[in-house]
Design a protein around this ligand. Sequence first.
Ligand code: ZN
Length: 136
Amino acid sequence: MKPSHIEHIGIAVKNLEESIKYYQEVLGLECYNIEEVKDQKVKTAFFKVGEVKIELLESTDPEGPIGKYIEKKGEGIHHIAFAVDNLEDKLKHAEDKGVRSIDTAPRKGAEGLNIAFLHPKSTFGVLTELCENKNK
Ligand code: ZN
């Protein structure tokens, strides 16, 4: 598999605006993109720390995946995303190794990336996102 780097860390927050303030004013990072992903019922905000991004996720619907996550577990680290090439092959490789995937085929995520999630029950408790940047 060998991802090239951690593409981003996804963090579930209750209030995007409030949490952006923390990242900007305390950590001194710059929010360079805010984007709604209707599919996922989330609003996202992105920061860069070197090559790694922080993706803040606020739910736009209590029944959405982030809404449910926060209700169950509260705010915090939600997933880790690894940058890979040939996502479709990598997804198949994981499935061949017995890893349960949430997405059986790549789909569009924020920032125009192709993404697929692996189930935390198969990844030792870490919701894992694989993503491929085809525009680079
Ligand atoms: Zn993500």
